[in-house]
Ligand binder design. Structure first.
Ligand SMILES: Cc1cc2nc3c(=O)[nH]c(=O)nc-3n(C[C@H](O)[C@H](O)[C@H](O)COP(=O)(O)O)c2cc1C
Length: 291
């Protein structure tokens, strides 16, 4: 049977079913009544407007459901891109999935002990976990220097290795700026002390002011800076103005963002928090390769 004949047969069957359906008969009667009204009738205007809303709502809902897997895929791809970027492994034309799979290893870390733990590292979402009372800890005011209120008990970190040798440790960090919580990654050398790069992939600071945290020129200033001083305290901080690289201690300083002191203080605080004992210090102590 040709496709055309098949379609006709289905249409006939559908018509037969609709003819027998009481609700459809009522709908058809009302539809004919509405169509017979004049165009300036209030009832017709309202009925047509409501029908349009109904059809649009269905279209938007179908689009939202149908595009959901694509959105999830794009989000995952974007995250991989950010991680490759902070690891210095992103160039024009890089195959994101391939580069991530071959060069980056994700691991789960118990923040209390600094030990790696087993678990579904692919499925684990640290940002979601930070909101779940079962999976987070609340911070006291004294602990909460980064203004985050609570954090996940388990962190997802990323390692870059060349053969067996560790090249970079990539840590997820976040903290409050002036308007928003800024989420990013801090990449350290294998010594757990020297900064390779920082990037913020989600923040809502003012473009041109606080949002300069994403400016590549400012980000480049972080390369080679040191986190811990000789006593093991987190000394890395943004300063007001420009760093004089000839002065002792400049290895712990990064230029503050012009006209955005409050965002700069937020960045300093989030680095202080995540590099401290409350954050990744215990983990870094275990993983770092001493120079
Ligand atoms: C519309 C508007 C947006 C601002 N956005 C930011 C911002 O994103 N981050 C920030 O630190 N300061 C921002 N500021 C400036 C702060 O209010 C504050 O003046 C500034 O942080 C002080 O920095 P300064 O001492 O470097 O001038 C904004 C100010 C205005 C009027």
């Amino acid at each position: 049977m040709s496709n055309e004949k098949k379609t006709c047969k289905y249409a006939e069957k559908l018509n037969e079913k609709l003819d027998k359906c009481e609700h459809y008969q009522k709908f058809a009667k009302y539809r004919d009544h509405i169509l017979s009204l004049g165009n300036d009738s209030l009832e017709k205007t309202i009925a047509i407007a409501l029908s349009l809303c109904f059809v649009c709502a269905i279209l938007v809902s179908v689009a939202a459901v149908a595009l959901r897997p694509l959105q999830i895929e794009n989000k995952a791809m974007d995250m991989k891109k950010n991680i490759l970027d902070v690891a210095g492994l992103l160039q024009d034309g890089t195959d994101i999935h391939e580069a991530f799979a071959s060069k980056i290893e994700a691991k789960l870390v118990d923040m209390a002990t600094g030990d790696y733990i087993d678990g579904d590292v692919l499925a684990y979402d640290q940002r979601k976990a930070a909101k779940d009372p079962e999976q987070n800890i609340s911070l006291t005011t004294a602990q909460d220097i980064a203004g985050i209120k609570r954090r996940a008990k388990i962190a997802k970190v990323y390692l870059v290795k060349e053969g067996e040798s560790l090249k970079s440790i990539i840590l997820p960090v976040h903290g409050y700026g002036l308007w928003s919580t800024m989420y990013g990654f801090l990449a350290l050398d294998a010594d757990g002390q020297t900064v390779q790069s920082i990037n913020f992939y989600d923040q809502g600071e003012t473009p041109g002011l606080g949002a300069e945290v994403v400016n590549p020129n400012w980000r480049a200033l972080w390369k080679g800076k040191k986190v811990y001083d000789e006593s093991g305290n987190v000394s890395l901080a943004l300063i007001k103005g420009l760093v004089d690289n000839s002065k002792p201690g400049s290895e712990f300083q990064v230029d503050g963002l012009a006209g955005a002191t409050l965002t700069s203080v937020g960045v300093t605080n989030l680095v202080k928090y995540w590099m401290s004992q409350e954050g990744f210090a215990a983990y870094l102590e275990k993983v770092r390769i001493k120079g």
